[in-house]
Ligand binder design. Structure first.
Ligand code: GRF
Length: 201
């Protein structure tokens, strides 16, 4: 069974969606470790509740991004991790992780990339006045929110939406497409060709 690590920084609802999809047999995978750069992240509690190793690695203990990531990598090695999922992980990845796990790191972003990369994407989209918002699962490369796209889902903006109600409906879709995307990876149904990801039926 494929061995997954999930990197988090916050509430961990996407982590929960992955855990649930494994527990209800939608996904054949094993989460070996959840790593957070933030000690208070609720995601760590969620992991513990499900008997998953939960580790806080405090970046402030390290003199550089490289040495911090070397420590993250040590845990990934220790658990023989094959796939890394970013789920609300707020740090930008450096070379150390990107090279070691090339094409084996996925991220979920709450906008239809390449529109609205970066922070507060749902609010950016709402303020811009888009009629269709959404979310994206993509491979992670050196460009922020810029790697090849695996799955996207649209969410219509309603007349009475606020940035928050829109973000909530986007989140519901995130919880569906992230497990779907991981399933495609796990079942070896993805072919990366440059910027494009082919899904093999
Ligand atoms: C989600 O909106 C995700 O798309 C973004 O950060 C948020 C994390 O939420 N990358 P959660 O921690 O999974 O609840």
């Amino acid at each position: 069974m494929i061995r997954i690590a999930v990197l988090v920084s916050g509430r961990g609802s996407n982590l929960q969606a992955i855990i649930d999809s494994i527990e209800n047999d939608y996904l054949q995978a094993h989460i070996c470790v959840v790593i957070s750069d933030i000690g208070e992240a609720y995601a760590l509690e969620r992991a513990k509740k499900h008997g998953i190793n939960a580790v806080h690695i405090d970046p402030r203990r390290f003199i550089s991004k490289e040495s911090y990531e070397a420590e993250v990598l040590r845990f990934l090695d220790l658990h023989n991790v094959q796939l890394v999922l970013l789920a609300g992980y707020m740090k930008i990845l450096g070379k150390t992780l990107l090279t070691t796990y090339k094409n084996r790191i996925l991220n979920i972003h709450p906008a239809l990339l390449p529109a609205f990369p970066g922070l507060h994407a749902q609010e950016q989209a709402f303020k811009y006045g888009v009629k269709v918002a959404g979310c994206t699962v993509h491979f992670v490369d050196e460009e922020l929110d810029g790697g090849p796209i695996l799955l996207q889902k649209c969410v219509e903006v309603r007349e009475d939406d606020t940035a928050q109600t829109l973000a909530e409906r986007i989140l519901e879709q995130e919880h569906k497409i992230y497990p779907e995307a991981v399933k495609l990876f796990v079942e070896n149904k993805l072919l990366i060709e440059g910027r494009k990801v082919k899904i093999i039926k």
